[in-house]
Design a protein around this ligand. Structure first.
Ligand code: UD1
Ligand code: UDP
Length: 353
């Protein structure tokens, strides 16, 4: 069996780390990197640190508008899929690379396996929501991380090929946390003490592309009583420069970090403030309270377990959310048992959904 996997953006490299290992036990995997993320600290670092095999193809498609990027990926992926003639094309999550992989395969009648199927924000202004809906509707095998995701698919009439596997990001956290713990010295190097800083990430288009939202978030972060470490996504850096937003001294801007350093920073933070899907979940896995800088989340279980609170971008609401944070007694059990990647591979090889 041959599985052609399409990745391109940071969270997809992290998801592919545990899944690729399992898939390669049962199939030949052809790994395609679209090039959507291309800086060394947005791409190479994950391949090196997490032992992800070198991509067989690198399409070099990065930057540009949604249409230009997705179109260029489609054209290149079509060629590669035709050349490799895989039994499955596997895609992850909800980026433009996911859509291009799913669409190219479906048009060539190659079955699509979607890891992280069934996520919904019900906000069609998010490019990711459009990507998710389309890819779920053209997939043959849908690996849903949670019960909620299965229900969202059911509500859209998708029941065939759906399997609740657990969350492959939970697998990744369990797999790499011990190595992250070995880097404890890094906190001191950054001048940070455990429990005495906040960690923030901001990159969602709706927050970064609107000058008011971005200004408001930075104002809120700048007013906190502890230092705020902000590993800055290149999109956000560009927008801060373009809008001429100046940051207060309490915000420690750093370059995007590798996954091991990120897990360490997350696990020792007093709380996390983020608009990232993956970081919300990791806060929950690591039992660190989280304030989400959005009006909705696809990951309802993080809120139901009490570890996550929605606050949008208004400084007053963010302050209130932070002061109201609690530490629930239990972690969330909604994300599986750390064996999601194994189930994905087994399902593909057995042909059973
Ligand atoms: C993309 C995904 C988003 C995901 C995020 C993960 C889409 C529509 N969005 O958003 O769902 O949460 O990745 O991080 O696919 N850039 C660089 N260097 C890089 C990567 C990006 O300079 O290594 C620049 C690009 O040139 C572009 C901007 O950052 O100007 C945004 O990149 P893009 O891949 O379009 O979207 P993300 O915001 O990263
Ligand atoms: N991440 C990382 N370094 C960083 C910021 C994030 O390794 O500087 C990891 C984070 O731990 C999580 C993933 O990247 O595993 C989340 O990706 P991102 O926030 O870019 O995208 P999203 O999950 O919102 O799609």
């Amino acid at each position: 069996m041959k599985v052609l996997t399409v990745v391109g953006a940071r969270p997809q490299f992290i998801k592919a780390a545990p899944v690729s290992r399992e898939v390669r036990k049962v199939a030949q995997e052809v790994l395609v990197h679209t090039g959507q993320h291309f800086d060394a600290n947005m791409s190479d670092v994950f391949f090196k640190e997490l032992g992800i095999p070198e991509p067989d193809y690198h399409l070099g498609v990065g930057g540009g508008s949604h249409g230009a990027m997705t179109g260029a990926m489609l054209a290149r992926l079509e060629e590669v899929i035709q050349q490799e003639a895989p039994d499955w094309v596997m895609v992850y999550g909800d980026t433009n690379s996911t859509l291009a992989g799913g669409l190219a395969a479906a048009k060539l009648h190659v079955p699509v396996a979607h890891v992280e199927a069934g996520l919904r924000s019900y906000n069609r202004r998010m490019p990711e929501e459009i990507n998710r809906v389309l890819v779920d509707h053209l997939s043959t095998r849908l690996f849903a991380p949670t019960e909620t995701a299965v229900q969202c698919l059911q509500a859209e009439g998708i029941t065939r090929g759906v399997q609740q596997t657990g969350d492959v990001m939970y697998d990744a956290t369990l797999m790499f946390l011990p190595r992250a713990e070995e880097r404890l010295d890094r906190l001191a190097e950054l001048g940070l003490a455990p429990g005495e800083y906040y960690l923030a990430t901001v990159h969602r288009a709706e927050n970064t592309d609107d000058t008011q939202c971005l200004t408001s978030i930075m104002e809120a972060l700048g007013e906190l009583e502890l230092p705020v470490v902000l590993p800055l996504h290149p999109r956000t850096r560009k927008q801060l420069d373009a809008f001429g937003i100046r940051l207060s001294a309490g915000i420690r801007l750093i370059e995007p970090v590798g996954y091991l350093e990120m897990l360490l920073l997350e696990s020792r933070a007093k709380a996390i403030l983020t608009d990232s899907g993956g970081v919300q979940k990791e806060a929950c896995f690591l039992q660190v309270p989280c304030v989400t800088l959005r009006e909705e989340t696809e990951w309802l279980e993080t809120m139901e377990s009490g570890w996550n609170t929605l606050a949008g971008t208004d400084p007053e609401r963010i302050r209130e959310a932070l002061s109201g944070l609690r530490r629930p007694e239990r972690p969330s059990m909604a994300f599986g048992d750390g064996q999601a990647s194994h189930r994905v591979a087994k399902s593909l090889s057995s042909g059973i959904a």
